[in-house]
Design a protein around this ligand. Structure first.
Ligand code: PEP
Length: 256
């Protein structure tokens, strides 16, 4: 049985004082024996603060990206080893904002995934189609291309211990959430694609939904058999909302 995971993506938001208030609010509400895992992916400069405040707590932390390089003359890059050295568990790779705004191609994302794994991190590998691709009926073709880039490079076994996040680009930060059925169809497609190569890895793999997930729609999404939690952007900045999403994940875990 897969347990549920809720990961916050703070994007380019935060301040020392604001983060402290937010993290302390999460710590007040999230118990050690919760039924779903919880983590926040923070901007790099705040990883040390996350470690300071969250160490020994049930809330994990991580980064929103990871260099494909381990070390060397790569000005501005941050390696998986550095991220891991700050106690991080997770590194998001291939977020659609990185893909569309910063030139992360399928090939680069796959290299970042491998680098995160080399560093002992759990990569959160993001895939998802644009609105135009959905309207053209090419959602599955896009997901297949993004997943196959990874499967060809790292093999299905490389996904063991990782997380996949299905994030339809048209739902990210727009307030438009995919319906539970749209999410389930995409998640089931991704799982089948992996299962064709390694059934056990596919069965164990957490596949999270991302795209305007909030307290009001989380329970419906988490009730779907292949939706194992959420990657949460905007709502992860509001403690009450994020905790409510995490609670919905815990409740769905118990119901499985
Ligand atoms: C995200 O950034 O991964 C995300 C899903 O954002 P939002 O929840 O704001 O749509």
């Amino acid at each position: 049985m897969r347990s549920k995971v809720v990961v916050g993506n703070w994007k380019l938001n935060g301040s020392l004082a604001g983060n402290e208030a937010l993290l302390k609010a999460l710590l007040r509400e999230i118990p050690k024996d919760g039924s779903a895992a919880c983590a926040v992916c923070v901007p790099y400069p705040y990883l040390a603060q996350a470690r300071e405040l969250l160490r020994g707590s049930p809330v994990g932390w991580g980064s929103q990206d990871c260099s494909r390089y381990d070390q060397g003359a790569y000005t501005g890059e941050v390696s998986g080893k550095m991220i891991a050295e700050l106690g991080s568990k997770y590194a998001i790779v291939g977020h659609s904002e990185r893909r569309t705004l910063f030139g992360d191609t399928d090939a680069i994302v796959v290299e970042k995934f491998a680098a995160a794994k080399r560093a002992g991190l759990t990569p959160v590998f993001c895939v998802g189609e644009t609105l135009q691709e959905r309207e053209q009926g090419t959602t599955e073709a896009v997901l297949a291309r993004q997943m196959d880039a990874l499967l060809e490079k790292s093999g299905a076994a490389g996904l063991d211990g990782a997380i996949v996040a299905y994030e339809p680009v048209w739902a990210i930060g727009t307030g438009k959430t995919a319906t539970s059925q749209q999410a389930e169809d995409a998640h089931a497609f991704i799982r089948r694609r992996i299962a064709a190569k390694e059934a056990n890895v596919a069965a164990r793999l957490p596949i999270l939904y991302g795209g305007s997930c909030k307290a009001a729609n989380a329970a419906d999404l988490f009730a779907m058999p292949d939706v194992d939690g959420s990657l949460v952007g905007g709502a992860s900045l509001v403690a009450e909302e994020f905790v409510a999403i995490w609670r919905a994940a815990g409740a769905a875990s118990k119901g499985r």
